[in-house]
Design a protein. Structure first.
Length: 210
Protein backbone atom coordinates (compact mmCIF):
# COMPACT_ATOMS: atom_id res chain seq x y z
CA UNK A 1 0.00 0.00 0.00
CA UNK A 2 2.87 2.35 0.84
CA UNK A 3 4.38 1.85 -2.61
CA UNK A 4 1.04 2.53 -4.28
CA UNK A 5 0.61 5.74 -2.30
CA UNK A 6 4.06 6.92 -3.35
CA UNK A 7 3.26 6.22 -6.98
CA UNK A 8 -0.05 8.07 -6.71
CA UNK A 9 1.69 10.98 -4.98
CA UNK A 10 4.30 11.16 -7.71
CA UNK A 11 1.61 11.03 -10.35
CA UNK A 12 -0.24 13.80 -8.57
CA UNK A 13 2.84 16.01 -8.46
CA UNK A 14 3.54 15.28 -12.09
CA UNK A 15 -0.01 16.13 -13.08
CA UNK A 16 0.15 19.39 -11.13
CA UNK A 17 3.43 20.28 -12.77
CA UNK A 18 1.98 19.52 -16.18
CA UNK A 19 -0.97 21.79 -15.41
CA UNK A 20 1.38 24.59 -14.38
CA UNK A 21 3.41 24.20 -17.56
CA UNK A 22 0.28 24.13 -19.67
CA UNK A 23 -1.23 27.21 -17.96
CA UNK A 24 -1.34 30.09 -20.44
CA UNK A 25 0.66 33.22 -19.72
CA UNK A 26 -1.23 36.47 -20.18
CA UNK A 27 0.43 39.69 -21.29
CA UNK A 28 -1.98 42.57 -21.20
CA UNK A 29 -1.63 45.52 -23.53
CA UNK A 30 -3.26 48.89 -24.20
CA UNK A 31 -4.20 48.62 -27.86
CA UNK A 32 -5.81 52.06 -28.01
CA UNK A 33 -4.87 54.86 -27.84
CA UNK A 34 -1.38 54.69 -29.24
CA UNK A 35 1.60 57.01 -29.22
CA UNK A 36 4.89 57.39 -27.41
CA UNK A 37 3.87 59.39 -25.53
CA UNK A 38 0.14 59.64 -26.09
CA UNK A 39 -0.87 63.30 -26.22
CA UNK A 40 -3.87 63.62 -23.92
CA UNK A 41 -6.66 65.85 -25.30
CA UNK A 42 -7.39 69.00 -23.33
CA UNK A 43 -9.47 72.14 -23.29
CA UNK A 44 -8.13 75.65 -23.86
CA UNK A 45 -7.17 75.95 -20.20
CA UNK A 46 -4.98 72.86 -20.32
CA UNK A 47 -7.35 70.61 -18.39
CA UNK A 48 -7.06 66.98 -19.55
CA UNK A 49 -10.18 65.39 -21.01
CA UNK A 50 -11.33 61.76 -20.83
CA UNK A 51 -10.30 59.48 -23.68
CA UNK A 52 -11.32 55.97 -24.68
CA UNK A 53 -8.99 53.14 -23.65
CA UNK A 54 -9.09 49.60 -25.06
CA UNK A 55 -7.15 46.80 -23.38
CA UNK A 56 -6.40 43.37 -24.83
CA UNK A 57 -4.46 40.24 -23.92
CA UNK A 58 -5.95 39.79 -20.46
CA UNK A 59 -7.65 36.62 -19.17
CA UNK A 60 -11.24 36.19 -20.35
CA UNK A 61 -14.11 37.34 -18.10
CA UNK A 62 -11.70 38.94 -15.64
CA UNK A 63 -11.77 42.38 -14.02
CA UNK A 64 -9.25 44.86 -15.42
CA UNK A 65 -8.49 48.22 -13.85
CA UNK A 66 -7.00 51.52 -15.00
CA UNK A 67 -5.10 54.05 -12.89
CA UNK A 68 -2.67 56.92 -13.37
CA UNK A 69 0.92 56.48 -12.19
CA UNK A 70 3.99 58.66 -11.88
CA UNK A 71 6.84 58.55 -14.39
CA UNK A 72 9.00 56.02 -12.54
CA UNK A 73 9.72 52.92 -14.63
CA UNK A 74 7.95 49.85 -13.17
CA UNK A 75 11.23 47.94 -13.51
CA UNK A 76 12.84 50.23 -10.91
CA UNK A 77 13.65 48.39 -7.65
CA UNK A 78 11.04 49.20 -5.03
CA UNK A 79 8.41 50.30 -7.56
CA UNK A 80 4.91 49.67 -6.23
CA UNK A 81 1.44 50.55 -7.50
CA UNK A 82 0.47 51.64 -3.97
CA UNK A 83 3.05 54.45 -3.98
CA UNK A 84 3.83 55.05 -7.68
CA UNK A 85 0.18 54.95 -8.82
CA UNK A 86 -2.91 56.60 -7.40
CA UNK A 87 -5.92 54.36 -6.98
CA UNK A 88 -8.03 57.49 -6.62
CA UNK A 89 -7.72 57.99 -10.38
CA UNK A 90 -9.19 54.56 -11.15
CA UNK A 91 -12.66 54.25 -12.71
CA UNK A 92 -14.80 51.16 -12.16
CA UNK A 93 -13.11 47.99 -13.35
CA UNK A 94 -14.22 46.41 -16.59
CA UNK A 95 -14.83 42.71 -17.16
CA UNK A 96 -13.08 41.41 -20.25
CA UNK A 97 -14.90 39.51 -22.97
CA UNK A 98 -14.12 36.02 -24.15
CA UNK A 99 -11.08 37.32 -26.01
CA UNK A 100 -9.65 39.14 -22.98
CA UNK A 101 -10.53 42.64 -24.19
CA UNK A 102 -12.47 45.55 -22.75
CA UNK A 103 -13.09 49.14 -23.83
CA UNK A 104 -13.25 51.93 -21.25
CA UNK A 105 -15.34 54.38 -23.26
CA UNK A 106 -14.83 58.09 -22.61
CA UNK A 107 -18.62 58.50 -22.55
CA UNK A 108 -19.26 55.70 -20.04
CA UNK A 109 -20.18 57.25 -16.69
CA UNK A 110 -18.76 54.33 -14.70
CA UNK A 111 -15.77 53.24 -16.80
CA UNK A 112 -14.45 56.47 -18.35
CA UNK A 113 -10.85 57.24 -17.43
CA UNK A 114 -10.41 60.86 -16.31
CA UNK A 115 -6.71 61.78 -16.33
CA UNK A 116 -5.65 64.30 -13.72
CA UNK A 117 -3.11 67.12 -13.91
CA UNK A 118 -1.44 68.60 -10.87
CA UNK A 119 -1.45 66.88 -7.49
CA UNK A 120 -2.72 63.29 -7.57
CA UNK A 121 -6.07 62.60 -5.83
CA UNK A 122 -4.36 60.94 -2.85
CA UNK A 123 -1.51 63.45 -2.66
CA UNK A 124 1.26 61.08 -3.78
CA UNK A 125 2.89 62.94 -6.70
CA UNK A 126 2.34 65.66 -9.29
CA UNK A 127 1.59 65.03 -12.97
CA UNK A 128 2.42 68.04 -15.14
CA UNK A 129 2.32 69.08 -18.78
CA UNK A 130 5.57 69.91 -20.62
CA UNK A 131 5.37 73.62 -19.68
CA UNK A 132 3.52 73.59 -16.35
CA UNK A 133 5.42 75.29 -13.52
CA UNK A 134 6.78 72.98 -10.84
CA UNK A 135 4.53 72.28 -7.85
CA UNK A 136 7.17 70.70 -5.64
CA UNK A 137 7.90 73.97 -3.89
CA UNK A 138 4.25 74.38 -2.88
CA UNK A 139 3.14 70.82 -2.07
CA UNK A 140 6.46 69.05 -1.49
CA UNK A 141 5.58 66.24 -3.91
CA UNK A 142 7.76 65.06 -6.81
CA UNK A 143 6.90 66.42 -10.26
CA UNK A 144 6.55 64.16 -13.30
CA UNK A 145 5.99 65.24 -16.88
CA UNK A 146 5.89 61.63 -18.12
CA UNK A 147 3.10 60.15 -16.02
CA UNK A 148 1.71 56.81 -17.13
CA UNK A 149 -1.57 55.01 -17.55
CA UNK A 150 -1.50 51.52 -16.02
CA UNK A 151 -3.84 48.66 -16.88
CA UNK A 152 -3.78 45.51 -14.76
CA UNK A 153 -5.88 42.92 -12.97
CA UNK A 154 -4.96 44.33 -9.55
CA UNK A 155 -4.56 47.99 -8.57
CA UNK A 156 -2.93 47.08 -5.28
CA UNK A 157 -0.13 44.77 -6.37
CA UNK A 158 2.42 44.20 -9.11
CA UNK A 159 1.00 41.79 -11.71
CA UNK A 160 2.57 39.89 -14.59
CA UNK A 161 -0.10 41.24 -16.92
CA UNK A 162 0.30 44.95 -16.08
CA UNK A 163 0.92 47.26 -19.01
CA UNK A 164 1.64 50.99 -19.32
CA UNK A 165 1.13 53.94 -21.66
CA UNK A 166 3.18 57.12 -21.21
CA UNK A 167 1.06 60.27 -21.23
CA UNK A 168 1.79 63.83 -22.29
CA UNK A 169 -0.66 66.06 -20.49
CA UNK A 170 -1.96 69.15 -22.31
CA UNK A 171 -0.56 72.65 -21.93
CA UNK A 172 -2.85 75.63 -21.60
CA UNK A 173 -3.16 77.67 -24.80
CA UNK A 174 -1.19 80.50 -23.19
CA UNK A 175 1.68 78.09 -22.44
CA UNK A 176 2.40 77.31 -26.09
CA UNK A 177 6.02 78.37 -26.62
CA UNK A 178 6.59 81.25 -29.03
CA UNK A 179 9.70 82.11 -31.06
CA UNK A 180 11.62 84.77 -29.10
CA UNK A 181 11.47 88.29 -30.57
CA UNK A 182 15.26 88.47 -30.48
CA UNK A 183 15.34 85.53 -32.90
CA UNK A 184 12.55 86.80 -35.15
CA UNK A 185 14.18 90.21 -35.67
CA UNK A 186 17.47 88.93 -37.17
CA UNK A 187 15.55 86.52 -39.39
CA UNK A 188 13.36 89.34 -40.66
CA UNK A 189 16.40 91.52 -41.32
CA UNK A 190 18.02 88.73 -43.31
CA UNK A 191 14.91 88.26 -45.44
CA UNK A 192 14.55 91.97 -46.16
CA UNK A 193 18.26 92.34 -46.89
CA UNK A 194 18.23 89.32 -49.18
CA UNK A 195 15.29 90.67 -51.13
CA UNK A 196 17.05 94.03 -51.55
CA UNK A 197 20.20 92.46 -53.02
CA UNK A 198 18.16 90.28 -55.40
CA UNK A 199 16.26 93.30 -56.72
CA UNK A 200 19.49 95.36 -57.03
CA UNK A 201 21.20 92.54 -58.93
CA UNK A 202 18.30 92.30 -61.39
CA UNK A 203 18.37 96.07 -62.03
CA UNK A 204 22.10 96.05 -62.75
CA UNK A 205 21.65 93.13 -65.12
CA UNK A 206 18.86 94.97 -66.92
CA UNK A 207 21.04 98.09 -67.37
CA UNK A 208 23.90 95.99 -68.75
CA UNK A 209 21.70 94.68 -71.54
CA UNK A 210 20.51 98.14 -72.64
Amino acid sequence: MGAIRKILALLGVGAAGAMLIAAPAFAGSISSPTGSPFVVPGDGSGNPLPFTVTVTGFPATTSVFLEQCDGVAPTTPGWSPTTDCDNGSSPAGGITNGSGSFTFSSTDINHAFHPFKGESPSGLFNCLSPHDPSLTGSDGLPDFRNCQLRASTNNGAVTTDQTFLTLQLPDAAAQTPEVPYAVVLPLGALLVGGAYFIIRKRRLAARATV
